[in-house]
Design a protein around this ligand. Structure first.
Ligand SMILES: NC(=O)c1ccc[n+]([C@@H]2O[C@H](COP(=O)([O-])OP(=O)(O)OC[C@H]3O[C@@H](n4cnc5c(N)ncnc54)[C@H](OP(=O)(O)O)[C@@H]3O)[C@@H](O)[C@H]2O)c1
Length: 297
């Protein structure tokens, strides 16, 4: 039985669909399974109410499970949905529950660039859970994706341009980032689930070399493809420095998000696919053709 935590999300849903198609038993948890997982239930998954903020629900969800795929996050959550509760404590509780239930393989979706001293707490939590897992007795594989193109290109750039003819960029938009499709991450997790020799590995995943680009490059691409001339507003680095401090007591998630935005506006983070493609049989999605089809829809 494969347990998927975050099954209503982009990566989690993809993994659930793949696993069901392959004939695996799948259990999915969500805080609101009726509305968020009705489709997967229809496709044959066992869906249950579960919350990373509730240890009892995690212990129950891990019963009779051989594999756990942990793809949930709560970057922008507040209060009992905060990142500290969900991304940090909740994931440590999930690892403990998996250990107690004798789980054979725990696949954790972290993030490319997660480090102990990252300026964003979210990335520090990801790093902390990686360490927690590697020091646990649970057999694990860690997956570290770059930025998802559905979120960072489509949601943040394409949609505002098409809907409002304007777009807000954090900082100067001149640093290089890499964009990956969540389906490629799903593809890698499917491989990991069927190849026990991946236990103990930490795997970075990003899009192909041509997906290394600046945010300004992406805006230019969208402008050309849509034949538009949107108003581009750059939120200054000074604002990105000050605003997180003001927001922190009221909205720690937004505060973290802006810290991340400042970080990626001041650091190049290209991705080299060679180590990934040498070891894993993946077809990575190219941003430009994907964007063309997305814009046509
Ligand atoms: N987006 C990116 O660019 C990016 C880059 C690198 C790494 N990642 C990582 O990739 C993973 C998958 O991201 P995604 O974009 O596929 O996720 P997503 O679509 O944003 O979905 C988030 C998921 O988290 C679940 N969740 C949130 N709070 C929860 C809680 N308290 N208890 C249980 N589940 C909870 C949600 O489930 P319900 O709402 O149904 O409960 C939902 O299924 C995440 O770990 C993310 O940090 C993302």
């Amino acid at each position: 039985m494969i347990l998927i935590v975050g099954a209503s999300g982009k990566v989690g849903k993809g993994v659930a669909r793949w696993a069901l198609k392959e004939g695996h038993k799948v259990r999915c948890i969500s805080r609101d399974p009726k509305s968020r997982l009705a489709d997967l239930e229809q496709e044959g998954a066992e869906v249950v109410k579960g919350d990373l903020g509730n240890i009892k629900s995690l212990n129950e969800a891990c019963q009779d499970v051989t594999h756990v795929v942990a793809t949930a996050h709560s970057l922008l959550g507040r209060g009992r949905r905060s990142s500290a509760i969900v991304d940090d404590r909740g994931h440590r509780d999930l690892v403990d529950a998996a250990y107690e239930c004798g789980v054979k393989h725990f696949i954790y979706v972290s993030a490319y660039g997660a480090e102990i001293d990252h300026p964003s707490k979210f990335y520090r939590f990801k790093y902390k859970i990686e360490r927690y897992l590697t020091q646990s007795r649970v057999p694990y594989t860690i997956i570290r994706p770059t930025y998802f193109m559905e979120t960072h290109v489509h949601e943040h750039i394409v949609k505002p341009i098409l809907e409002k003819n304007k777009v807000k960029l954090y900082g100067k938009g001149k640093t290089i980032r890499n964009f990956v499709h969540s389906q490629d991450v799903t593809q890698l997790i499917a491989h990991v689930l069927t190849h026990p020799e991946t236990v103990g590995k930490t795997i970075n995943i990003g899009g192909p070399e041509e997906n290394n680009m600046t945010t300004n490059d992406v805006v230019e691409l969208v402008k050309n493809m849509t034949n538009t001339d949107p108003k581009v507003h750059h939120v200054s680095r000074m604002v990105l420095n000050v605003l997180p401090k003001i927001l922190k007591p009221f909205h720690p998630g937004r505060s973290q998000y802006l810290c991340m935005a400042l970080y990626y506006d001041t650091h190049d983070e290209p991705f080299d696919t060679k180590p990934l493609l040498t070891e894993y049989p993946l077809t990575l999605t190219k941003l430009e053709p994907w964007l063309k089809t997305k814009i046509k829809q």
